[in-house]
Write a protein that binds this ligand. Structure first.
Ligand SMILES: Cc1cc2nc3c(=O)[nH]c(=O)nc-3n(C[C@H](O)[C@H](O)[C@H](O)COP(=O)(O)OP(=O)(O)OC[C@H]3O[C@@H](n4cnc5c(N)ncnc54)[C@H](O)[C@@H]3O)c2cc1C
Length: 418
């Protein structure tokens, strides 16, 4: 870290070669990448949360009592000192001056940067804030609130059927009554095709989830329990309401500074914003989708890691283009492994399926008009999902049904197609 000289009573800002805002998937990967390539680069890391980086993906396991809070942390405090990173934790970055190359923190501290990475993530869309038995889930404080709330709950209701609500319901102890209120006519509508989603729905219902499709919550009354009025006219009494409906990328800092912003902070193939020294990565960034070529906010952990890595290389001047992001969600819901990779929607040029629910294994690949694999949904067995990911990245041709019948591992699949 360079010194902060005091000139005639004026405190000069601390200056760093690289300042990173956001201590999570994208920011952490950026630090690791910088240190793999340079020991001399000075790095500051800002995050308004006060703890070491943790896995948001695992918070539903903690909330359901399946793992301790300690297991959520990806690194401990020594990681930052060992990596020669100067942390500014528990502080929000409140202002960005792109011309002066400075970031201001909530307590008035100003940091100067050579290059800046905005790894700001996103926020859960607010819903009935201030209610004790109602919560969204994005940060550690939300996870702590839900863990305490759901410990003694006999009935839990979730709004929105995505990767926040469904895993939380899934990891609750057996015997808890579970309701899922979904606006659309099916679950995972932003993630999956209708056929795969229908199969998962059957599984959820068999696991005891009460689905309220094409419905919404219109009224919430909190007392000893929570009374919910649904748009359909139904009424539910529940112990807790988890709202997992919609996320909003953190773009305000960038927008206020005059950077180009769409749904997220717009980035090019080098994870650079429209300012040459400012980069963005992860859930806050809007970059190219590998399959469609269109710009989007991908919103998954692996994309954040990949973009964080590419942003770091480019901040160091090691020019490295990122081919684009894609869906890559691997999770376990109600005891069933599910992987969704690439483009998995009903308008794909062609699809090929194998398996069904009764054998506990279903696979569907999505092809473009040239028979290249653009997506795959794997249900019941996901340990070869990396093969599909690599084949989509390689724009590989579909090798035939034997690919879908392969079991257990990459090695098994490679033997079958050899
Ligand atoms: C419950 C849940 C389950 C999920 N499950 C999956 C899954 O199964 N698979 C998957 O791929 N993805 C999943 N995700 C999404 C995944 O967690 C995100 O894609 C990933 O965390 C994005 O990482 P990021 O580094 O871009 O941002 P984030 O993880 O959102 O981190 C951003 C950080 O920036 C900080 N910050 C923001 N603004 C400021 C500011 N102004 N000043 C200082 N600090 C700031 C925040 O405090 C935060 O620590 C899940 C998310 C949640 C919440």
């Amino acid at each position: 870290m360079r010194a902060s000289p005091v000139l005639e009573g004026i405190v000069m800002p601390q200056r760093f070669d690289i300042v990173i805002i956001g201590n999570s998937a994208a920011g952490l990967q950026a630090i690791r990448t910088i240190r793999r390539n340079s020991s001399q680069t000075t790095i500051a890391l800002i995050d308004r949360e006060g703890c070491p980086a943790y896995s948001r993906v695992l918070t539903p396991h903690y909330i359901g009592g399946k793992t301790g809070k300690d297991h959520l942390y990806l690194v401990d405090h020594t990681f930052y000192s060992d990596s020669a990173v100067t942390p500014f934790f528990g502080q929000a970055a409140t202002r960005l001056d792109v011309t002066g190359h400075e970031v201001q923190l909530a307590d008035g501290t100003t940091l100067g940067f050579g290059k800046l990475l905005l790894a700001l993530g996103s926020e859960a869309r607010p819903f009935k804030e201030g209610m004790g038995r109602v919560s969204t889930l994005r940060h550690m404080a939300d996870a702590e609130k839900l863990e305490s709330l759901l410990k003694s709950a006999r009935s839990v209701t979730a709004l929105g059927a995505g990767l926040v609500s469904v895993p939380v319901l899934s990891h609750l102890p057996p015997g808890v009554e579970r309701h899922l209120v979904v606006g659309s006519d099916r679950i995972f509508s932003r993630l999956l095709d209708g056929e795969s989603a229908a199969l998962l729905e059957e599984h959820f219902v068999a696991a005891g989830v009460v689905l309220h499709k094409r419905d919404d919550i219109t009224e919430v009354t909190e007392g000893e329990r929570v009374e919910l009025a649904l748009a359909s006219g139904k009424r539910l009494t529940t112990d807790a309401l988890l709202v997992g409906k919609g996320v909003t990328p953190n773009t305000k800092l960038a927008r206020d500074a005059g950077l180009a912003v769409g749904d997220g902070i717009l980035i090019d193939d080098f994870c650079r914003t429209d300012h040459p020294d400012i980069f963005a990565a992860g859930d806050a960034a809007e970059g190219k989708d590998y399959v469609t070529g269109a710009k989007n906010v991908q919103g998954n952990w692996i994309t954040a890691v990949e973009q964080g890595e590419h942003a770091a290389l480019n901040m160091l001047g090691l020019e490295c283009a990122y081919g684009g992001s894609m869906k890559n969600n691997i999770t376990e819901v109600f005891g069933l492994d599910v992987a969704v990779i690439g483009y998995c929607f009903d308008d794909a040029a062609q699809t090929v399926t194998a398996g069904n629910r009764s054998i506990g294994r279903f696979r569907k690949v999505f092809l473009d008009e040239k028979q290249r694999i653009i997506g795959a949904s794997l249900i019941g067995e996901t340990n070869d999902s990396g093969v599909y990911y690599q084949m989509i990245r390689a724009r590989a041709l579909f090798p035939g049904m034997k690919m879908l019948q392969a079991t257990n591992s990459h090695a098994a699949f490679m033997r079958q197609i050899a």
